[in-house]
Design a protein around this ligand. Structure first.
Ligand code: SF4
Length: 412
């Protein structure tokens, strides 16, 4: 298939090549016949064309800390796909290492101005990065970023830090190298390595509170410098880093535009802010007993939020902290809880009028990571159960019918 004489490879070509007002679309149909269409349309007018999902570019690395290598056996197949795809980095904010980038890919990024990209840098010294990505053929990321930045491409970077490998001087060098890119590097997230009980490749040390505190001190030094010189914090510790270090999490204004919230940077501050913004508008729910299921890492942060919800609504909240039965006790994130965890926490609790579970633990097909469906889990429990992002999304609709749609509880 071609658009204005240029061959289409994927959704990017379609998006960018069809951005004209006049198009000549040529295609060979499955029956072998040729089709040619001359199309005129107003700019921005949708085509109504549905594209097949792209074949995801696979990762050529074998990082010891790879979360996918740390998945247990027997999950649905698509969870084991290790993508490393600059197209998904641009389109959806997935992080890519750029280590499988071909010359043609670079040319496309520059031609289509695929910016910003989300790049897993981890370390800028080439030798360290080869070890971290467990791939001796990894290109020099500094040279890659220089070439792309000179063509106007901007980046959000993440550094997943392995103690003894890319902390200390390597982290300092890496931040310094990224700083030297000026405005092209928009933000940097410092994220502690996360392992499951199945991370069989990993030979390094686990992140402990002392290592986490030391990383936060690097972050703070760079924040101070960046604020003074560029008026942005630029580098951000992930929520997990603060929790591991035992340091208080910053408030929402710390995170500026929350550029890396999908990467767990500022998610807690955002939740607190959303509760603050909505708590006064919640209906009275006096006497209702409401179970809140969460993961271990959120447990210490919840009482303060639940106290505020109690004061505003009169409901009695019970915090139900679930260990992750699939990934093991080192995985404490609420969004990775599985159907079996929800069932274990709520089974037999007919004394609860309502239960809220983390909406992030369910995908858009209504599936938990252990393949249990939300509908099945909910129907087997003795109380109404709703996925919730910030409590207020469900509580504000109490008294109205609530339906479940694509992982979100909404008023029906
Ligand atoms: S880059 Fe590393 S962590 Fe990411 S998918 Fe590949 S092997 Fe896994």
């Amino acid at each position: 298939m071609t658009v204005n004489g240029r061959e289409l490879d994927d959704f990017l070509d379609w998006e960018f090549l069809t951005a004209e007002e006049e198009l000549l679309i040529a295609a060979r149909l499955p029956d072998g016949s040729e089709l040619e269409l001359e199309v005129e349309r107003e700019l921005g007018e949708p085509f109504g064309v549905e594209l097949e999902p792209p074949r995801v570019r696979r990762c050529a690395n074998k990082c010891e800390f790879c979360f996918i290598e740390g998945l247990p056996q027997g999950l649905r197949r698509n969870l084991y796909v290790r993508d490393d795809d600059y197209r998904l980095s641009f389109a959806y904010g997935n992080f890519a290492t750029l280590s499988n980038l071909k010359e043609r890919d670079v040319a496309r990024i520059l031609e289509y101005r695929l910016s910003p990209l989300y790049v897993s840098v981890h370390a800028t010294p080439w030798d360290v990065r080869k070890v971290l990505l467990n791939n001796p053929r990894v290109p020099n990321v500094i040279e890659q970023l220089e070439r792309l930045a000179s063509g106007g491409i901007e980046f959000h970077a993440q550094m997943v830090v392995v103690p003894g490998m890319n902390d200390g001087e390597v982290l300092e060098q890496s931040l310094s190298d990224l700083w030297a890119f000026g405005e092209a590097v928009l933000s940097v997230a410092v994220v502690p390595v996360g392992l499951t009980q199945f991370s069989h490749l990993y030979t390094g040390r686990a992140m402990d509170p002392g290592s986490a505190r030391s990383l936060l001190r690097h972050v703070e030094r760079w924040e101070t410098r960046a604020l003074a010189e560029r008026g942005t914090r630029w580098v951000f510790g992930s929520d997990e880093l603060y929790l591991l270090a035992g340091d208080p999490l910053p408030t929402a204004d710390h995170y500026e535009d929350f550029a890396q919230i999908e990467n767990g940077v500022g998610a807690v501050a955002s939740l607190r802010q959303r509760v603050t913004d909505q708590v006064d508008d919640l209906p009275r729910l006096d006497g209702r007993r409401i179970g809140i299921v969460t993961g271990v890492s959120m447990a210490p942060l919840m009482p303060e939020l639940l106290d505020r919800l109690t004061a505003a609504t009169g409901a009695r909240f019970e915090l139900l902290v679930a260990e992750n039965s699939l990934f093991g006790p080192t995985i404490t994130t609420a969004g990775l809880l599985v159907g079996a965890d929800i069932t274990r926490m709520l089974d037999g609790r007919a004394d609860l009028d309502l239960a809220l579970i983390p909406a992030e633990s369910i995908n858009e097909d209504g599936l938990f990571l252990d393949d249990a469906t939300f509908i099945d889990v909910r129907e087997a429990l003795p109380m109404p159960v709703y996925p919730s992002y910030d409590f207020a999304d469900v509580l504000s609709a109490e008294g109205e019918p609530v339906v479940y749609r694509a992982g979100v509880a909404v008023a029906g």
